[in-house]
Design a protein around this ligand. Structure first.
Ligand code: AMP
Ligand code: MG
Length: 425
């Protein structure tokens, strides 16, 4: 097993006190060991799971050449090159039924979408272009050989690798599996993710706030983000800032989960006793990441009672929780769940409507609203207050404005990078 120390000792300029976002991401990626247990599920139940086998086509899909449109099937060489042609109707071909007749010289066949191309035809002319009167079908000039015909195997051909192990199963993959006639597939098991909030000031919803308390919102955003990732969720509630409660909670979580996420308690003033506890349970590094929001974060692995879990100690501030989750935890959990594709969130470019003050030397994740202007040009505007405690900024936004590490202030109209919230699985 590779240790965090082995990973970080190979990195140029690794400084846990001022770690660049990309470096932190690279350490996390290198340290993740995916879960290995599989199960077989009915295809529908596999939605949102990760495929655990390569799927190779055993069929041609479609199985036969067939018509892509309602119209008339004919042999292209029967048509006059530059004039209209009148053909005789020899019958009709329907989807799902064998066409019993034959198509001779000067003939065509009425054909429905999905019907197998009758032997002796290679082209379909859509019905809207044709004048049909009784048995006589008038075809205008200008038809292309092979038009409106779907070829056997054009979607999937026998022996073709269709889906790779490690692929996320979404609606298209479900349909693809079904089009091969598969009723079951092998998938990785769901991740078990335990989380709790830390802080003596936290109050659970449904109870009265006492002086100096705040409601615990982080467990709700975490619940939402983890649900979208299709994890099995173990909500461990609020844990007080005392070593005995924390040790108990960490041990319980480490014994039971693939990943443990905490919020709060990793900032400088608070880190000391949690650092010591985590050191006893495994290998955890404490970072000050060169980013805003989300500077303090702990990462590693903790073990108890024969089980090991990846550990993410997120900051306490509500916006920082969401930013660090989307920038580090999301990708890590997807890799842990067995995904082998690049799960990084796409970065788009858009002009920014407002000035943003920024110093080079850290990555910033401002909350923005991407929308078209009056001319249909997409541009992004920062939401108002950007404090790391202002959760409203996340709720109003539909994207992060990602201001990269080396960048300085942004002038109105300058291009910035944008990461859309929509589609965050
Ligand atoms: P900490 O990282 O524990 O120092 O917390 C930083 C800030 O985030 C403090 O203002 C906390 O009150 C706040 N905070 C921590 N945990 C939560 C939580 N679960 N829900 C809402 N606010 C929190
Ligand atoms: Mg705290």
């Amino acid at each position: 097993m590779t240790t965090l120390e082995q990973i970080t000792s190979c990195m140029d300029a690794y400084d846990p006190e001022a770690l660049a976002v990309d470096q932190a991401r690279a350490v996390v990626r290198a340290f993740i060991t995916p879960v290995a247990t599989n199960e077989r599920l009915a295809v529908r139940s596999a939605l949102g799971r990760v495929l655990a086998e390569d799927i190779v086509s055993t069929l041609d899909v479609p199985a036969h050449d067939n018509s892509a449109m309602d119209g008339y099937a004919l042999l292209h060489s029967e048509l006059a090159p530059e004039a209209e042609t009148v053909l005789r109707l020899a019958g009709s071909a329907y989807a799902g039924r064998q066409f019993e007749g034959s198509v001779g010289k000067g003939e065509c066949v009425r054909i429905m979408t999905g019907a197998v191309m009758p032997r002796g035809t290679d082209t379909v002319v859509i019905q809207e272009l044709v004048q049909a009167e009784g048995d006589s079908v008038r075809i205008p000039a200008g038809q292309k050989r092979g038009q409106n015909r779907r070829l056997a195997g054009e979607d999937l051909a026998v022996g073709k690798a269709v889906l790779r192990s490690g692929t996320a199963i979404g609606p298209a993959q479900l349909g693809l599996l079904a089009s091969l006639g598969l009723a079951e597939v092998a998938v990785r098991r769901r991740l078990r993710v335990a989380f709790f909030s830390t802080g003596d000031e936290l109050c659970s919803v449904g109870t009265q706030l006492a002086e100096g308390e705040v409601y615990d919102s982080n467990r709700y955003t975490l619940y939402g983000m983890l649900s979208r990732l299709n994890c099995d969720i173990i909500d461990m509630g609020v844990v007080r800032d005392d070593p005995v409660s924390l040790e108990h909670a960490l041990k319980t979580a480490a014994a039971d989960a693939d990943a443990v996420i905490t919020s709060g308690g990793v900032s400088v003033g608070e880190a000391d006793f949690i650092r010591e506890l985590l050191g006893k349970l495994g290998e955890v590094v404490f970072w000050k990441i060169a980013m805003k929001p989300g500077r303090p974060m702990a990462f590693g692995k903790i073990a108890h009672a024969g089980n090991a879990a990846h550990f993410f100690g997120l900051p306490g501030n509500p916006v920082a929780v969401m930013v660090t989750f989307y920038q580090f935890v999301r990708e890590a959990l997807l890799a842990l769940s067995g995904r082998n594709d690049d799960c990084a969130l796409p970065l788009l470019q858009a002009p920014c409507t407002a000035a943003i003050k920024k110093n080079p030397g850290r990555t910033e994740f401002q909350r923005g609203i991407l929308a078209p202007d009056d001319h249909g040009q997409w541009r992004v505007c920062p939401t108002g207050a950007q404090g790391s405690g202002v959760l409203r900024s996340m709720s109003e936004a539909n994207c992060f404005i990602v201001l990269e590490h080396g960048r300085g202030s942004v002038k109105p109209g300058e291009q910035v990078q944008v990461q859309l919230f929509d589609g965050l699985v």
